[in-house]
Ligand binder design. Structure first.
Ligand SMILES: Nc1ncnc2c1ncn2[C@@H]1O[C@H](COP(=O)(O)OP(=O)(O)OP(=O)(O)O)[C@@H](O)[C@H]1O
Length: 289
């Protein structure tokens, strides 16, 4: 579904340039439900905004389904945003209209794309557990309910990819669990590919794969040891318990070594590397004296 190779994003303001993505590589398979984690400023939202067609990449390759997002024209981008991809933000004020009902909010993107379907709009609201509240105006719903309306809206045009930026950032744990269950159901039943950006490690433990971004590059990947675990794990396993951790190698064979490891060994800009037939050993450079 998604393939990014050596993806670069540079933000230029009057006097500074910020390189938010520095040659990032990531692939997401059709029908996968995965999470992206990373410290503040590591480039997570930048990546999601590029995948959502809200921002343009500076260099590299980005393919989502049939679309090459580096070469896509402005007209095609409008179609892409309407048909292929759905977006959910932490702060849902961006895609909700407070004086319309929940149902009218879901119908609006359908009307804009000429695919009005009231039955499907109702079904979506039922899927997110709001069957009884679809006639309520948005301002009469709680924050968690509004977030569930936002999920229904994001699916109104039957996208094959759902991007969620901190979707549970401003709701309580119970609502956050409910939202993750809704994502899992949509992923299984509709086959929607789902990419979630989050700070929340317990939430990350509920997906099949987690990719960690550090300094604008993919660094580590956590893959679920037992893909059937989520039925058993209502109590919540930590990501380390539930997933196997791998360091990511790019096509040129480069890998990122965590700063803390380098500092602990006093490695600065060089290291010695040895292959003993079984493992690769990285050490601080031997003293030349
Ligand atoms: N429009 C912009 N103009 C200039 N710099 C930007 C812009 N958007 C993001 N950046 C910079 O790019 C870098 C990556 O930002 P990004 O928002 O992608 O990080 P993030 O991992 O999503 O962080 P957070 O978890 O805090 O949301 C940061 O240094 C940020 O300041």
């Amino acid at each position: 579904m998604i393939s990014c190779e050596e993806l670069v994003k540079i933000y230029k303001t009057d006097d500074i340039e910020v390189v938010a993505l520095k040659g990032l590589n990531i692939s997401v398979a059709d029908g996968e439900m995965m999470a992206i984690i990373g410290n503040s400023g590591s480039g997570k939202s930048t990546l999601l905004n590029i995948l959502g067609g809200l921002d343009r990449p500076s260099a590299g390759q980005v393919q989502v389904g049939e679309w090459n997002l580096l070469k896509i024209t402005d007209d095609e981008l409008v179609k892409y945003k309407r048909k292929t991809v759905g977006f959910i933000w932490q702060n849902n004020a961006r895609n909700l209209v407070p004086y319309l009902t929940a149902l009218e909010n879901v119908e609006m993107p359908m009307m804009l794309s000429g695919q009005y379907d009231r039955t499907y709009a109702k079904q979506l609201l039922e899927w997110v557990g709001l069957k009884e509240r679809m006639g309520n105006k948005l301002q009469q719903l709680s924050g968690g309910e509004q977030q569930r309306v936002a999920i229904a809206i994001s699916l109104a045009n039957r996208p094959s990819l759902l991007l969620a930026d901190e979707p549970t950032g401003s709701v309580d744990t119970r609502t956050s669990d409910m939202i993750m269950d809704i994502f899992r159901k949509l992923n299984r039943e509709l086959g929607v590919t789902i990419v979630i950006v989050t700070h929340d490690m317990t939430l990350a433990g509920k997906v099949d794969r987690v990719v960690a971004i550090r300094d604008g590059m993919t660094s580590t990947e956590f893959i679920k040891r037992n893909p059937n675990l989520d039925q058993l794990e209502a109590g919540g396993h930590s990501i380390q318990e539930a997933h196997e951790e791998y360091v990511v190698l790019d096509r040129a064979g480069r890998l990122q070594i965590p700063k803390t490891y380098l500092q602990a060994l006093g490695i600065d800009n060089k290291a010695s590397m040895e292959f003993d037939g079984d493992k690769i050993i990285i050490r601080p450079p031997k003293s030349l004296t």
